[in-house]
Write a protein that binds this ligand. Structure first.
Ligand code: GLA
Ligand code: ZN
Length: 666
């Protein structure tokens, strides 16, 4: 598939004009001037598409899709379920979600529905069914987006009852539930499913974890209702997606992605500027939802409207950002949104054309990107990253830690990024995947704070090490079972034998703990922050001690902090610390990388990102991005063609500020 480039387009904002068709013609001309080849339409247009129950008005949408088609612009259609209209809410007030305080949420800010409301389901089915019949076979509708950024929890009585039924199905009996949740603690023993609450704030860890799973189940069911209507009616080449919000933790994204054809997400830098070492992880995360290329369904044209300071990205920075997304596996980039509407909550958001219908200064940068894509032709079609490193991302573990951080600054994602960033700084590509993903293709697997580790996951990790892989286990890993209960054994639980160490004790640190001067950790200055674990090598195990604690709380003093154990044909590094400085973390990760034999995609100076993509025929392509605001020079190990400018590159490559090159070695 050729790179798709376009916008979120809302022709319904302009239907009041005397000649909306002429207005659209002028807009579509401008879209062509930016080389757009895709537009997303319709995802909030319910009140216009169905102005009264069962009365559909698809004319303007049909016309818009046809006019776009004539200009060579394909359509992604949104199902408008994120914006249930006023008439529906008036007819069935019970479809409004209920918040934690028991209040019905207000109409008009999107996603105001209870995801389990049957009247809502019926109304969505009626509309989506009609849309599928009307547009499913339209050759220019290439894909469907279901809803928009699922994000709400509902605390209505119906959701509570459904939660109880969900638990009854999972546990089979209250005896089992009481056992796994240790309900004798604080007299929580349940004798009737109807006694079980929806957790509001802190509660029993088993209950809290199951609630997240129930929310996941509810959204998946709601999404499936729509998929089941679309699938039989849309043409075989059309795909179905949802636009996720990357690190959003409301539900398990692997679970929701399972029923979709394609993963997509909405990326906003918001305030400040691009931090490519952090955003790269977000792209890799989304690529990991389905373990293949994804769509960047929304990104900001310049600025947003919802941060404290809605600054614009610098000239050239958005182009670099979009190339960064492509270097991490995006097949498409769509700006949100095309044109400033005169009213509505988002009047100040960045757009391509302004309230007067005239191109904003930013438009010229979109044209630059359009030219880039045109210059490439189909060379990136089917090209994929081939990471040798995986970082496992566990929603169960994240939820478990979030509910009981033990140190309030302990954040699951920040801790994961602490391992990701040093890899990104070295241009080592990474897959961020579910703990259930296959591991054969990797040389290095990092398991950050995976507090909940199932026997099957532990077995897969052990097999990975026995087969020659390098496994990194970090603090908090391997402590709990799938019910969020402590395992009746020490950390890292089922991986203790492979690690060659056990955790005798864990400590939340009030003050960071100093570490003894081992070369791997950058001399004498290293410190562990937030968390520290006292490790003990297993008797008879030949365990290498990479770092020890210096004098700190008395309990840690002199004890092993980071260890390495040869096991089978592989090795396990256990990191019982949270290194305070990123520089120290870089030293540690560099050491792990060297030990595992993983190679960077391309060695490059600081803040020059380089990613290798492999074409279906096996050829390599390199995307290089200068994230600096000053020029840079990158030494090249091979001769190449720079596909963006058609010039040869050899010896070294000069990149302007925010400059980009796509190199094909010759
Ligand atoms: C979200 C939504 C869009 C729009 C943008 C604004 O990502 O999906 O509809 O509201 O934010 O930044
Ligand atoms: Zn509800």
């Amino acid at each position: 598939m050729t790179l798709s480039f376009g916008v979120a387009y809302y022709p319904e904002h302009w239907l009041h004009l005397p000649d909306p068709r002429a207005a659209r013609a002028a807009e579509i001309n401008l879209m062509r001037a930016a080389s757009f080849n895709v537009a997303r339409l319709g995802e909030f247009a319910w009140s216009l598409l169905e102005p009264a129950p069962g009365q559909f008005d698809f004319g303007w949408l049909h016309d818009s899709i046809d006019e776009l088609a004539q200009a060579g612009i394909q359509t992604v259609l949104g199902t408008p379920s994120a914006a249930p209209p006023a008439w529906l809410v008036q007819q069935h007030p019970g479809i409004l979600a209920v918040d934690e305080a028991g209040r019905r949420v207000q109409f008009g800010n999107r996603c105001h529905y209870c995801v389990n409301a049957p009247e809502f389901h019926s109304a969505v089915q009626r509309l989506v069914g009609a849309l599928a019949r009307e547009f499913g076979q339209h050759p220019n509708v290439i894909g469907w987006q279901i809803d928009n950024e699922y994000n709400r929890y509902c605390y209505c009585e119906r959701c509570q009852q459904l939660f109880q039924q969900f638990l009854a199905q999972r546990y089979g009996s209250l005896d089992q539930l009481n056992l796994h949740w240790a309900t004798p603690y604080w007299s929580q023993t349940y004798q009737d499913w109807a006694q079980i609450p929806l957790p509001i704030g802190p509660h029993n860890p088993g209950l809290m974890l199951e609630h997240r799973r129930f929310v996941t189940h509810s959204y998946r069911r709601f999404q499936k209702l729509q998929i089941d209507l679309l699938r039989p009616q849309i043409h075989p080449a059309a795909w179905i997606t949802h636009n996720f919000m990357f690190w959003h933790d409301g539900y398990d994204h692997y679970d929701l992605s399972a029923d979709l054809d394609l993963a997509s997400w909405d990326w906003y830098v918001g305030s400040g500027h691009l931090d490519y070492q952090a955003s790269g992880a977000a792209h890799d995360l989304v690529r990991g939802y389905k373990r293949r290329s994804f769509w960047l369904m929304e990104t900001q044209p310049g600025n947003v409207n919802w941060r404290k300071v809605n600054n614009v990205l610098n000239r050239g920075e958005t182009r670099a950002a979009i190339w960064h997304a492509i270097a991490h596996g995006a097949q498409a980039a769509l700006f949100w949104q095309w044109r400033s509407a005169l009213g509505g909550q988002e009047q100040y958001h960045g757009t391509l054309i302004d309230q007067a219908g005239r191109p904003r200064p930013f438009f010229s940068e979109a044209q630059d990107i359009g030219r880039d894509f045109a210059a490439l032709g189909g060379v990136l079609d089917g090209a994929e990253l081939r990471p040798q490193v995986a970082i496992l991302n566990s929603y169960d573990s994240r939820w478990s830690i979030q509910a009981q951080r033990h140190h309030n600054n302990f954040d699951y994602v920040s801790h994961l990024l602490h391992y990701y960033k040093p890899l990104a700084a070295r241009n080592i590509s990474v897959d961020i995947v579910s703990p259930d993903a296959p591991l054969e293709q990797y040389q290095l697997v990092i398991v950050p704070a995976q507090v909940i580790l199932s026997p099957a996951q532990a077995a897969a990790l052990e097999a990975f090490v026995l087969g020659g892989g390098h496994l990194v286990l970090t603090i908090r890993t391997g402590m709990k079972d799938g019910y969020n209960a402590l395992l009746p054994q020490r950390q890292p639980g089922l991986l203790t034998r492979a690690a060659g160490v056990e955790v005798e004790e864990y400590y939340a640190l009030e003050q960071s703990a100093p570490l003894q001067g081992v070369p791997q950790l950058g001399g004498t200055e290293s410190r562990s922050t937030l968390w520290a674990e006292r490790l003990a090598p297993l008797p008879g195990c030949d365990v290498q001690i990479l770092a020890r604690f210096c004098a700190s709380n008395g309990w840690l003093d002199g004890r092993p902090a980071v260890t390495r154990h040869a096991y089978g044909r592989g090795q396990v590094t256990y990191v019982g610390v949270y290194l305070e400085s990123l520089a120290d973390q870089q030293v540690l990760v560099d050491d792990i990388v060297a030990c595992s034999g993983v190679q960077p995609d391309l060695a490059a100076p600081e803040n020059i990102e380089a990613r290798r993509l492999v074409q279906p025929g096996g050829g390599s392509l390199y995307i290089l991005i200068n994230h600096n605001r000053f020029p840079a020079v990158v030494p090249l190990p091979w001769k190449a063609a720079n596909l963006l400018c058609g010039q040869p590159a050899a010896g070294e490559l000069s990149l302007e500020p925010y400059g980009v090159a796509v190199l094909q070695p010759v």
